[in-house]
Design a protein around this ligand. Structure first.
Ligand SMILES: NC(=O)c1ccc[n+]([C@@H]2O[C@H](COP(=O)([O-])OP(=O)(O)OC[C@H]3O[C@@H](n4cnc5c(N)ncnc54)[C@H](O)[C@@H]3O)[C@@H](O)[C@H]2O)c1
Ligand SMILES: [Zn+2]
Length: 364
């Protein structure tokens, strides 16, 4: 088992990573179970695939499951209201720990519910999707979607503990595994060229779920994200914003495809990273060789790598219009994460959206 500490003063916490950790959940969560009980938030898919394993791992702890419908729709005002009401019906108290047992949807929803119920109680993340294990369970961003856009309502609320058991991914759909993998590769592209080189050799082993390769990739991405979060917890200095590499382009593609199964978030991020590299090449910032390596890597991983493959009827201007509504905007400008090469991302606030639209027209 590997332990990564996130050092945030009184909000510090440990992330434990290990195959089969779920079987020891009781040992790690026992001290947090007030009066011997834990309130678990999960979704139907995760609970039916893995709820029994969690309950067995918790041993004598009284686990009270609150199970929501799977999918992004649960990350809504109505979904939040339902979870909060059910927590209150269980008599949740401020000293209780709520356990988020699921993918990013459950983590964001249960995390936000725990930030507001009784004016805030503690929570634990047991992420079950690869995306949640390497990205959303670490860093304390919680929230729901609003009519105006995704993730527009929420709170920074750090968990007390994160338990990452990569073996939980064995029941996850292969397409979802690939989508989560995109966030690992993204992290390497931002600031870890050595990790990217290692991924070029080992991505298929990671995707197949070979324990040592999978564990190493997850730990590298988590450790990297933990360092970024320590440095810039609330995305004020700009360093945390680097984690949005591929996301400004990606969100525009998600918006254009209606945030649907047509393009999963991680798939949009893969394509978004390719576009960020290509756009950086066009601006004379990055070598064409590095951009070609990035494209080849996502292609080998079975992720989308060519904008033309999406068959979008939209124009570059339409995609750029989505970017104009990106919540990462500050002072009326959209911040782009561009690159000087693999492992060398930076924030550029000087990009003109008209140039982006013209670039996308050529790529569509
Ligand atoms: N808070 C953050 O910092 C942050 C970062 C990135 C993404 N997110 C959010 O995360 C969400 C996406 O997360 P996601 O990709 O995990 O989606 P998800 O939670 O919807 O999970 C994807 C699907 O896989 C199923 N599933 C999850 N784990 C499983 C398992 N082990 N076995 C079988 N099925 C399983 C789920 O039921 C769901 O159908 C988005 O809402 C996004 O906004 C948050
Ligand atoms: Zn993402």
């Amino acid at each position: 088992m590997e332990t990564i500490n996130v050092a945030l003063g009184e909000r510090s916490y440990d992330i434990l990573i290990g195959e089969g950790l779920l079987e020891d959940a009781g040992e790690h969560l026992g001290p947090l179970a007030k009066n011997g009980r834990l309130l678990i938030v999960s979704d139907e898919n995760v609970w039916s695939a893995l709820g029994g394993r969690l309950q067995a791992g918790l041993g004598g702890i009284d686990a009270r499951p609150i199970v929501v419908a799977p999918g992004e729709e649960s990350k809504s005002w109505a979904g939040l209201e339902s979870v909060v009401d059910r927590l209150l019906a269980e008599g949740v108290e401020r000293t209780d720990h709520i356990v988020a047992f699921g993918g990013g949807v459950v983590g964001d929803l249960a995390g936000f519910a725990s930030a507001i119920v009784n004016r805030g109680c503690r929570f634990v993340q047991i992420p079950t999707s690869l995306l949640a294990q390497v990205d959303s369970s670490v860093g304390g961003k919680t929230g729901i979607n609003a009519a105006a856009g995704k993730n527009l309502v929420g709170a920074f609320h750090q968990p007390s503990l994160v338990l990452i058991d990569p073996s939980l991914l064995d029941t996850l759909d292969a397409r979802q595994v690939r989508a989560g993998y995109a966030e690992i590769a993204k992290f390497a592209l931002i600031e870890d060229a050595d990790l990217f080189g290692w991924l070029e050799q080992n991505s298929l082993a990671v995707l197949r779920g070979e324990p040592s390769a999978r564990g190493r990739a997850i730990a590298a991405a988590v450790a990297g994200k933990a360092r970024v979060v320590e440095d810039d917890e609330r995305e004020t200095s700009g360093r945390r914003a680097l984690l949005n590499l591929g996301h400004t382009f990606g969100h525009a593609l998600e918006a254009e495809t209606g945030f649907s199964d047509r393009l999963l978030h991680g798939e949009a991020v893969a394509l978004g990273c390719v576009l960020a590299f290509d756009f950086s090449v066009e601006r004379g910032l990055c070598s064409a060789e590095d951009a070609a390596r990035v494209r080849a890597h996502f292609e080998a991983a079975g992720l989308p790598f060519a904008l033309s493959s999406l068959g979008l009827n939209g124009s570059g201007a339409r995609l750029a219009a989505h970017m104009a509504h990106d919540k990462k905007r500050a002072d009326g400008r959209t911040a782009f994460i561009l690159v000087r090469g693999i492992g060398e991302a930076f924030v550029d606030k000087s990009v003109d959206l008209a140039n982006v639209a013209a670039f996308l027209d050529r790529a569509l």
